[in-house]
Design a protein around this ligand. Structure first.
Ligand code: ADP
Ligand code: ZN
Ligand code: ZN
Length: 733
C-alpha cells in the first residue's frame, strides 16, 4: 500500500504529532511545511514522517489543505539539532520548530527569495530638463539618482524621499516601478582578503594553528583578556574556511553594541555578510535566513536566535563573549545558545570557538575536564596596559546619591584632566522604593509582591515586574502623612545629583529606559566617542563590547548587592562585569582606574578578584560550587508555576514532586527542593511557586524528566495552572 498519511508537528503546546491524509497529486516532503485544519483553525505544521499507518481510523483523518514546501526547510544536522533541543529543553517539537523559523515562514510564506521592487527612470524622465524643475528639489534628487544608472531599491528610495514625491513622478510618467528577482551571487569565486593584516603575536599564531589544524568537530575555549586580540583570532580562523567556500556563523550578545566588530569582518573579507537580531523586521529576517540557506551570505553575525539559521555549507561557529547571560532564552523554548551551538558544531562536524575574557564557570569546567580545548591569550595586543584597581570602603561614610566623598574627589581629578568617567549601577529609575517617613509604609504594587520604582522624570511609580504605572502619590495610604520619601538610588537619581555635583560636565545615562527608541543607543555611543559627554551612567548594558579610549575612571558604585545576593551566580556575574570594565578603561597613554564601592572590602571573593585575577576567582568559585553541589557539578531543572489561586499553584508542584519521588530513578543522589514561593512570590496578580530538581548528571536528569512529563500532563491541575520547565536555568527568580 502506498503511504498516504503525513505525521505533522504543529505549533501547539502538546507533546505529540497529528496525522493527516495526503491528497492525490500534492505529495508533501518530510521536513517541509503543510497547511492543515486544526479544530476551527488552519495551522502551518512540519511533516515529520510519511507512513501508511495511523492509530486513528483512517475515516476520521482530515486531509492536508496545502503542501507549502517541495523540499525540506532544514538540512539534516540542523533538523536533528532542533529535535534534540525539543527533547533536552522539554519543549514540544512543533513549537520548537515554529520558534526556530522566521515569522513569515511560520505564517506559510514561500521559502524562497521573492522579487524585489525597483524604481527606474523612463525615457520621458530622462529627457526632462532638470532646470524646469527648480522648484521641486526632491523630484530632481530622485531623477538624478536614477539617471546615474542607479536602480534604486524601493526601501532605499523611500528613506530619502516621501511617497508623495514618488507618486508625482509616476503620475508624470517619468519614473516607473519594476519587479525583479535578485541575481544569485557566487561570493566564493571572488573571495579575497581586502585589508592588510596585522602581524600575529606568538600566542595568536599558536591559537589559530590549533583551531585550523582540524576542520572537524572540536570545541575551543579561547580565554583572552580584553584587547588581547581575540577578534583577530576569529578573523584568522575564518580565513581558510571562507577560502574553501564554506560559511561562518558568529554569535554575539547584543548587536547594537558591536558595530565596530561587524565592520572589522566587513573590512577584512569581500564576502557578503548578514546580521540577524531583534531589530529586523519580518522581511529582513526571512531574507537573512534565506541568505544563509542559499549561500548568499558567507558570514552571518547575530544574537541568540541566529543559531537557527540554516546554512548551505557551514564551516565554523564562533560564540563571542560566551559567558554572557543573554545567550539563555528566558521563555518558550528556554535554550542556551552557547550550549546548543556546541551541539550544532558537533552535528555539523565543524570546529567551534567560544571566546571570552571571563569564561562561564560551566565552560571552564568543561575545559578542565578535557571536553574543550583551552586556549589562552595572556598579553594585550598593541601596547595597551591593564587598569589599576582598588576598593573604596564606604562603611560609615555619607553617600550622596550613592557616591562617597573619596569617589567624588577621584571623579573630579579624572574629569579635570579632560577624561571621561563611567559609573555602573544596575538599577533603573529614580529610586527603588517610596517610604512614608512617619509610619514606614512602602508603596507596593497591588498586583505583585514588589515595591514600586519611582520614576521622577515621567512623574510615575512603575512596577518593574508587571509594568503597572500610576501617578506619584503625595499622601501615605496608611496614615495620610505627606512625608513620602524616596529610598535607595537608581540611575535617574544619580543622573540628577551629578548635574548638581558637576554642573560643568555633561552626563548621559545608558539604560533600557533611555535607549528605548530605535537607534538611540548608537547615537549615544557615537556622542560618547566624540566626547560630548564626560560622565556616563550605565547599567550592565554599557559593559558589553565597547572600548571608550577616553574613559579613565570606572566605578561600580554598589558591589554589595551582588556579594550578598541569594542567586548563586551573582558573584560570577560581578566578577565578569569587573574584569570586563577593567579591561576597557584607558589606553596605553592614559592608564585607567577601576574603583569598587563596598561596605565589605575584606570579602574573600573581592580579595581574590582584585589581587589574583579572574582565574583564581574562578578556581575558588568552582570549589565552592562543588562543595555546595551546584552547577556545573550537578544539573538542575526548575519547575515554575503561577495562577490566581495560590493553593492550586502549590498543590500542582506538590503533585509533581510526588511523581519524581515515585520514579524508578529516584535515589539519594537526587534532590528535590520545594515547592517554595518564588523570590518574587506574586506578579501581575498571580501567585508564583517553584520546584527545583537536582541530579548528579545530565543523563539522569533527562531520563527523569522524560518519564515524568507525560504523567505531569495528565494531572488535572496542570490544565488549570500555568507551568513550565526550565532545564539548566540561568535565573532562579
Ligand atoms: P579582543 O577581541 O580580545 O578585545 P581585538 O582583536 O579587538 O581584541 O584586539 C585589540 C586591538 O589590538 C585591536 O585594535 C586590534 O586591531 C589590535 N591587534 C590585535 N592583534 C594584533 C596584532 N597581532 N598586532 C597588532 N595589533 C593587533
Ligand atoms: Zn507589579
Ligand atoms: Zn504613613
Amino acid at each position: 500500500m502506498t503511504p498516504n498519511i503525513a505525521r505533522v508537528a504543529l505549533p501547539v503546546p502538546l507533546d505529540k504529532t497529528f496525522d493527516y491524509l495526503i491528497k492525490a497529486g500534492s505529495f508533501p516532503v518530510v521536513g517541509g511545511r503543510v497547511k492543515v485544519p486544526f479544530g476551527r483553525q488552519q495551522l502551518v505544521g512540519i511533516v515529520i514522517e510519511i507512513t501508511d499507518k495511523s492509530d486513528f481510523p483512517i475515516a476520521q483523518l482530515k486531509p492536508i489543505y496545502t503542501v507549502i514546501d517541495q523540499a525540506p526547510l532544514w538540512t539534516s544536522p540542523l533538523f536533528s539539532l532542533l529535535s534534540w533541543a525539543s527533547h533536552y529543553y522539554q519543549y514540544p517539537l512543533g513549537d520548537t520548530l515554529a520558534n526556530s523559523m522566521p515569522g513569515l515562514l511560520r505564517k506559510g510564506r514561500a521559502a524562497s527569495t521573492g522579487t524585489l521592487k525597483y524604481w527606474a527612470i523612463t525615457e520621458a524622465g530622462r529627457d526632462q530638463p532638470i532646470t524646469a524643475l527648480k522648484r521641486a528639489p526632491r523630484q530632481v534628487q530622485v531623477l538624478n539618482i536614477l539617471r546615474n544608472g542607479n536602480r534604486r531599491h524601493e526601501a532605499l528610495l523611500a528613506e530619502e524621499v516621501s511617497s508623495a514625491t514618488l507618486k508625482t513622478l509616476v503620475d508624470k510618467g517619468w519614473i516607473t516601478e519594476l519587479q525583479e528577482k535578485p541575481r544569485l551571487v557566487d561570493w566564493h569565486k571572488h573571495f579575497a582578503i581586502t585589508e592588510e593584516k596585522p602581524r600575529l603575536n606568538e600566542e595568536q599564531a599558536l591559537t589559530i594553528a590549533t583551531i585550523n589544524a582540524n576542520p572537524e568537530f572540536g570545541c575551543y575555549l579561547l580565554e583572552g583578556v580584553t584587547g588581547s586580540g581575540k577578534t583577530e583570532v576569529y578573523l584568522n580562523a575564518l580565513e581558510p574556511i571562507l577560502a574553501a567556500g564554506k560559511q561562518a556563523l558568529i554569535l554575539v550578545p547584543e548587536i547594537g553594541l558591536t558595530p565596530q566588530t561587524i565592520n572589522r569582518f566587513r573590512r577584512r573579507f569581500n564576502v557578503p555578510l548578514e546580521t540577524v537580531h531583534s531589530g529586523l523586521n519580518d522581511t529582513e529576517r526571512l531574507s537573512s535566513w534565506l541568505a544563509g540557506r542559499d549561500n548568499q551570505a558567507g558570514i552571518i553575525i547575530g544574537t541568540r536566535s541566529a543559531l537557527f539559521t540554516p546554512f548551505h555549507n557551514l564551516g565554523i561557529i564562533i560564540v563571542d563573549e560566551e559567558h554572557d547571560a543573554s545567550y539563555k532564552q528566558q521563555d518558550s523554548l528556554r535554550y542556551h545558545a552557547r550550549d546548543l551551538a556546541v551541539m550544532r558544531a558537533n552535528k555539523e562536524n565543524i570546529p567551534i570557538v567560544l571566546g571570552s575574557a571571563t569564561p562561564a564557570l560551566e565552560s571552564l569546567h568543561n575545559a578542565k575536564t578535557g571536553k574543550y580545548h583551552h586556549l589562552h591569550l595572556t598579553r594585550r595586543a598593541g601596547n595597551a596596559q591593564s587598569a589599576r584597581h582598588g576598593v573604596l570602603d564606604v562603611k560609615g561614610l555619607y553617600l550622596d546619591a550613592g557616591l562617597s566623598a573619596p569617589l567624588i574627589a577621584q571623579m573630579r581629578k579624572h574629569l579635570t584632566a579632560g577624561n571621561q568617567v563611567i559609573l555602573f549601577l544596575n538599577r533603573r529609575g529614580f529610586s527603588p522604593a517610596m517610604i512614608c517617613h512617619e509610619c514606614g509604609w512602602l508603596a507596593e504594587c497591588d498586583r505583585c509582591d514588589a515595591y514600586y520604582t519611582l520614576h521622577q522624570q515621567s512623574g510615575e511609580l512603575r512596577c518593574h515586574h508587571c509594568g503597572t504605572q500610576r501617578p506619584i502619590m503625595h499622601q501615605c495610604n496608611s496614615c495620610g502623612s505627606t512625608q513620602l520619601n524616596a529610598v535607595g538610588v537608581g540611575t535617574e537619581q544619580l543622573e540628577q545629583q551629578l548635574a548638581i555635583l558637576f554642573p560643568e560636565y555633561k552626563t548621559v545615562r545608558i539604560d533600557r529606559d533611555s535607549t528605548r527608541r530605535k537607534g538611540s543607543l548608537e547615537d549615544y555611543l557615537e556622542a560618547i566617542k566624540n566626547n560630548e559627554y564626560q560622565i556616563l551612567i550605565g547599567t550592565q548594558m554599557l559593559a558589553k563590547g565597547h572600548h571608550f579610549p577616553n574613559v579613565t575612571l570606572v566605578s561600580l558604585i554598589d558591589v554589595d548587592s551582588a556579594l550578598f545576593s541569594n542567586d548563586f551566580r551573582a558573584s560570577e556575574r560581578l566578577a565578569q562585569l569587573f574584569i570586563q570594565v577593567a579591561g576597557r578603561a584607558g589606553r596605553a597613554s592614559k592608564p585607567g582606574e577601576v574603583l569598587l564601592q563596598t561596605h565589605h572590602p575584606e570579602h574573600a571573593l573581592l580579595q581574590a578578584l582584585l589581587h589574583k585575577g579572574y582565574d583564581n576567582f574562578a578556581d575558588n568559585a568552582l570549589i565552592e560550587r562543588k562543595e555546595a553541589l551546584l552547577p556545573p557539578y550537578t544539573h538542575l531543572a526548575l519547575f515554575r508555576s503561577e495562577a490566581n489561586n495560590s493553593d492550586h499553584v502549590c498543590q500542582l508542584l506538590q503533585q509533581i514532586r510526588g511523581i519524581f519521588e515515585s520514579s524508578p530513578l529516584f535515589n539519594q543522589d537526587i534532590f528535590i527542593m520545594g515547592p517554595n514561593p518564588a523570590p518574587l512570590a506574586r506578579r501581575a496578580g498571580r501567585y508564583r511557586w517553584q520546584l527545583l530538581l537536582q541530579a548528579p548528571d545530565r543523563k539522569t536528569l533527562q531520563r527523569m524528566l522524560a518519564i515524568a512529563k507525560p504523567a505531569i500532563q495528565l494531572l488535572p491541575l496542570a490544565k488549570k495552572v500555568r507551568w513550565s520547565i526550565d532545564v539548566e536555568p540561568q535565573d532562579l527568580t
